[in-house]
Each structure stands twice: as structure tokens, then as C-alpha cells.
Write a protein that binds this ligand. Structure first.
Ligand SMILES: *Cc1c(COP(=O)(O)O)cnc(C)c1O
Length: 229
């Protein structure tokens, strides 16, 4: 078995164990393999092991790989900060965007989504650990943005996403993920029915699954340590 194959299996096992201890069905938790910085060959290798969904953070880099891998039926998830001048590329080539944090960006994605494609699935990113300068709306700001997105016909609002500040404290990890779940439930109570909680990465996916994650975004545990850039 290659390293990627073995790593993927280990991550799937972690998801399954966490789901079991949460009393949840493991098939309700989708794995997004975060392939940023890794070449197309690594993605093709993961695909050969049955992995179909990939997450990318840099539009330019992602586009090259999406073109190279155009023959494979992959689902592409954009998970990074969104610059206005990249909205057209993102809206044209991704199935999901997890990191919407401004109405202006949502409008640009909506306007750029090609007519021949289904509506773009989007999540609102929430800054659940209150870090200064971190992407995402502050807790409390999600309702206004959710309503703005729900009114855009070429976007489909699916849920909320968070990247909490890393901490080894599992109680704190769970608190932050629980906050995102509560915010999602709050939107549901306001009539915005959402089915996605995108939370949990290599170091905290167990906590996220215990708090209701439906998508975990895992890079390092599958592809290895990224080079610092
Ligand atoms: C890089 C990244 C991940 C993956 O992080 P790992 O710790 O490598 O699993 C997940 N989500 C986002 C938004 C990222 O930028």
C-alpha cells in the first residue's frame, strides 16, 4: 500500500470510530481531502483509493490541477479566503465554496456561476474562536449573510464552516464546534434549513464529529506535512 492509501484508510477509520462513539452513522460524514500544495499526481492517487472530494485554498493553484484532472469525476471544494478577482474562476470550476464571509463576494459568485451548471453549494465561514484578523463572520452576523445568500438564485446555501484556533484541549475544541452547531440550529429555527456543518481537520476531527460535523476537511493526515510557504 502507498502512504496515501494507508493514510486515507487510517483517516476513514478515525471517522468511523468517532461516529460510533457519537452514536452517528459514519456515512453521514463526508471526507474532503485537502490537497492544497500537493500536485495532481497525489490527488489522482487518492482518487484511485476511492476518494472523490478535494479541498483547495488557492484559486490559481487549484485551477491548474482541476484542468489536469479534468477526466476524473472529482468534486472540488474551495475552502480558502476569497479575493474578488477570483470569484469567476471559483464559480466556474468548483461545486462547493465553504468560505463565504461577505455578501459582496456571495453576489459575485452568484453572478459568475455559469448557467449550465447547478447552483453553487456554499457555506458561511464563522470565526468561532474570536481570533483577530481571522476569516469568517463573527457569531451573530451569520443570519444577515444567510438571508442575503438565500436570496441569490445561483447559490445554494448548505451550511456553516469554521476553522477554530488550534488547541490540544479537546474540551475547548468541542466548545467551538458546538457553537457552530448551535448557530446552524439557530438559522434552522429562523426558517433557513441547512444540512451541512463543515468542521474538523487532521488534529481535531474527532471533536468535530462528536459535535455534529457532516464534512471534515483533512489534509496533513492524508497527504503529509505541507511545506511552509
Ligand atoms: C489546510 C486546511 C485544512 C486541512 O488542514 P490539515 O490540518 O492539514 O488537515 C482544512 N480546512 C481549511 C480551511 C484549510 O485551509
Amino acid at each position: 500500500m502507498t502512504t496515501i492509501a494507508a493514510n486515507l484508510q487510517a483517516v476513514r477509520n478515525r471517522i468511523e470510530r468517532a461516529a460510533q462513539s457519537a452514536g452517528r452513522d459514519p456515512s453521514a460524514i463526508a471526507l474532503i481531502a485537502v490537497s492544497k500544495t500537493w500536485p495532481a499526481a497525489c490527488i489522482a492517487e487518492a482518487y484511485a483509493c476511492g476518494q472523490g472530494a478535494f479541498g483547495e485554498s488557492y484559486a490559481q493553484e487549484a485551477l491548474g490541477k482541476i484542468m489536469q484532472l479534468g477526466d476524473l469525476p472529482l468534486a472540488w471544494h474551495f475552502i480558502g479566503p476569497i479575493q474578488s478577482n477570483k470569484t469567476r474562476a471559483i464559480a466556474g470550476h468548483f461545486q462547493w465554496v465553504h468560505s463565504v464571509a461577505r455578501a459582496k463576494i456571495a453576489e459575485r459568485l452568484n453572478d459568475a456561476r455559469p448557467a449550465g451548471l447547478p447552483p453553487l453549494n456554499v457555506c458561511i465561514q464563522v470565526n468561532v474562536s474570536g481570533e483577530a484578523g481571522k476569516s469568517g463572520v463573527q457569531p451573530g452576523e451569520q443570519l444577515a449573510l444567510a438571508r442575503a445568500i438565500a436570496a441569490l438564485p445561483r447559490l445554494k446555501l448548505r451550511g456553516l464552516m469554521a476553522v477554530p484556533e488550534p488547541t490540544p484541549d479537546t474540551r475547548l475544541q468541542r466548545q467551538r464546534f458546538a457553537l457552530l452547531r448551535e448557530l446552524k440550529d439557530g438559522l434552522g429555527a429562523m426558517g433557513l434549513a441547512l444540512d451541512t456543518l463543515s468542521m474538523g481537520m487532521s488534529d481535531d476531527l474527532e471533536s468535530a464529529i462528536l459535535e455534529g460535523a457532516t464534512m471534515v476537511r483533512v489534509g496533513t493526515a492524508i497527504f503529509g506535512q505541507r511545506q511552509k510557504n
